[in-house]
Ligand binder design. Structure first.
Ligand SMILES: Cc1cc2nc3c(=O)[nH]c(=O)nc-3n(C[C@H](O)[C@H](O)[C@H](O)COP(=O)(O)OP(=O)(O)OC[C@H]3O[C@@H](n4cnc5c(N)ncnc54)[C@H](O)[C@@H]3O)c2cc1C
Length: 445
């Protein structure tokens, strides 16, 4: 046990969640986690694990014991290769994605899909349903083959699709509400290179081609776009496994990203904060300044972009076919209200999956993410977008900002009652509960 501090305050990356845990502990072994959980269960305490604090929602916040498991970060074993070259790999649950990507590369392996950043822990990322993009791709939790965790009695248990499958469902994507994950077994694919093509295109053209089998959404392995409010331009990003883009050095790409996505972007955001009325003009100039580029690199380097400009975010998963009306409604709300929104709206895609609490459960999905610079007001914008997305059967990302509660989330997920039942059976005392899990799943005690 490295440290124990009775007054160590916690806050997340975005500064949108704060907590004053009764105790903060850094535990380096599963046995210590089990001992701590047993002791807290006996005294009726509460335990939460903080991953990397990259959720915008107060998912990890607690006034009980806050655990950091950064030292549970080892590669535990690598299984034999399956016919398609994939292998099962077990890692400590506290490992950060960037460290995991490095370890996997050393084994000639990779995760088949990733989100925008690699700062998260694997346990934190899967617990909130973190996803990347790709109309035929699924989120990170779908790559979880098995979990090892400490349950509410302090026992170490293992679960997978065959063995304790209900518990597995909630353990791999359930906000840490059924136990403390100590290790995760992932299905990994042979390491691969991605060819990336980024280019600005007319938004209307992108939206018209959504259903086209050879269009950008279905004709690329991974496709996403960013549209700047007040403009008709979409910055499109397409990543493919068999492309022929030239290799771009990490150094060159990071200069581009640092100057354009971070340095200059910070300046334009500050300008819009100082003079909000300038936002439409600034966005038009920013969108015109976008240029095309192609490059190739190891998959994780292409998926991930450094994000140094602080922002707040809300993201909704909606049925694929609702994307056009939903996006039009958001853009017209911004134009109508003249809201200062210098951040582009991000649109991504995912295949339907079968995970109980996945935002893509049971339906081909489009994700619409709205961001706001941290110095600008966000509440009115996010409320308006949330109302629009609710009108399109939207499901909020569990790790991003939203105002939904258990009673209105229940109709959005066919297996919500199963999730509540398994949570109640696994943790009848609410040892792993916090205000957020009580809000989104309902109180357990
Ligand atoms: C800049 C930025 C970019 C992002 N990009 C994307 C993206 O591209 N796609 C996307 O889907 N999301 C994205 N997110 C959201 C992010 O991936 C999720 O919020 C993720 O959960 C954060 O992981 P974390 O390790 O920081 O976990 P935390 O936010 O610290 O915790 C998340 C949840 O996991 C639980 N948890 C953590 N560890 C354990 C454990 N060992 N056992 C049990 N429960 C545990 C916590 O208690 C909490 O409920 C982004 C966030 C930021 C700030």
């Amino acid at each position: 046990m490295r440290a124990q501090n009775t007054h160590q305050n916690w806050q997340n990356w975005a500064g949108t969640a704060h907590a004053s845990p009764a105790r903060t502990l850094w535990l380096a072994s599963e046995q210590k986690v089990a001992g701590l959980v047993r002791a807290e269960a006996e005294r009726g305490g509460r335990v939460r694990v903080a991953g990397a604090g990259h959720s915008f929602s107060p998912a990890a916040a607690t006034d009980g014991v806050l655990l950091h498991l950064d030292r549970l970060d080892e590669l535990q074993w690598v299984g034999p290769a399956a016919a398609d070259g994939s292998r099962l790999v077990r890692v400590g649950a506290g490992i950060r994605l960037h460290a995991l990507n490095r370890l996997l590369a050393e084994q000639g392996l990779a995760l088949e899909n990733l989100g925008d950043i690699d700062a998260q822990t694997i346990a934190g990322a899967v617990s909130t349903g973190t996803h990347g993009t790709g109309a035929r791709m699924r989120g990170l939790a779908d790559q979880v083959h098995a979990v090892r965790m400490v349950d509410a009695t302090g026992e170490v248990v293992e679960a997978d699709r065959q063995h304790r499958s209900d518990l597995f469902e909630m353990a791999r994507l359930g906000l840490g509400s059924v136990g403390v994950l100590t290790a995760v077994t992932l299905r990994c694919v042979p390491a691969f290179t991605l060819s990336a093509r980024e280019e600005p295109r007319p938004l209307g053209q992108v939206l018209e081609a959504l259903e086209d089998p050879d269009g950008p959404v279905w004709g690329n392995d991974h496709f996403e776009f960013y549209c700047f409010p007040y403009t008709d331009i979409a910055l499109t990003k397409a990543n493919n496994r068999d492309g022929d883009a030239p290799a771009m050095s990490k150094w060159r790409r990071s200069i581009d990203d640092e100057v354009l996505s971070n340095g200059l972007f910070e300046v334009t955001n500050r300008l819009c904060t100082a003079v909000p009325a300038l936002t439409p003009k600034v966005n038009k100039v920013a969108a015109r300044a976008l240029s095309a580029r192609s490059y190739s690199a190891a998959s994780d380097e292409v998926f991930v972009t450094p994000r140094r400009v602080r922002f707040r975010e809300m993201e909704y998963a909606i049925p694929f076919e609702a994307l056009v009306p939903a996006l039009r409604a958001v853009n017209s709300w911004v134009r109508h209200t003249r809201e200062a929104v210098p951040f582009p709206i991000e649109v991504r895609f995912a295949a339907a999956d079968d995970m109980w609490l996945s935002t893509a459960q049971g339906r081909q999905t489009a994700y619409v993410a709205v961001h706001q610079y941290h110095r600008l007001p966000y509440a009115r914008y996010f409320r308006a977008v949330e109302d629009i997305m609710r009108g399109h059967e939207g499901r909020p990302h569990w790790g991003k900002m939203h105002r939904r509660k258990a009673e209105d989330l229940a109709p959005a997920y066919p297996q919500f009652a199963d999730a509540q039942r398994v949570r109640a059976e696994a943790d009848p005392q609410g040892l792993f509960a916090n205000e957020y899990t009580d809000r989104v799943f309902g109180p357990v005690r």
